[in-house]
Design a protein around this ligand. Sequence first.
Ligand code: SAH
Length: 212
Amino acid sequence: MSDYEVLREQMVEYQLARRGIREPVLSAMAEVPREEFVDEHLRGAAYDDGALPIEAGQTISQPFIVALMVQELGVGPDATVLEIGAGSGYAAAVLSRLVATVHAVERHAVLVEAARERLARLGYDNAHVHHGDGSLGWPDAAPYDGILVSAATRDLPPALIEQLRPGAALVVPVGGAIMGQELKRLVRREDRSLSETDLCAVQFVPLREGIE
Ligand code: SAH
């Protein structure tokens, strides 16, 4: 086993399994090489229990938070899922191991290019990264069996509810720019109202309008 594989197994055991992450998410997290999603000089920290900086002043989320968000989506192998805020492409890669198709939207062109290159190199062909403003969702492939929002917002963009299949879950950090964000699981009912569950306190970069 390579050093990275050892570190990845330890991450799965100590950071994930012991905190309540279950199969099949554990296997997906054990499969995706997180070191491929960060800069060369940060590879040694790829399996640390925290977020790491990526290009354009953004971050790749803590492994446990990625695993929790994916688990809370509650989607199966036939699902089509949307992620807003593809960043490095890591969460999209994890999702691609669990569902049929992933669409991930990112507003920074440099991140889109880098994420596409990584996903292609790793052969994760069912994960598609689009350059756009994710507050508009990605209508072309809607409705989705789950939507994961990887950036924090005070007001949930209506387009995301619109593009969620009734009965499906949206996992989103709700709150201001830095402090006081709560990760929530929202399930769309038949009548378009939402049931809401608080999951935990989190710290995400903000959802911003427009593209760069
Ligand atoms: N899931 C990512 C984490 C990305 S951090 C990963 O695994 O690496 C959040 C990302 O959301 C940033 O890359 C940021 O540029 C992006 N973002 C913020 N607002 C956005 C918007 N309106 N549309 C699309 N992406 C957005």
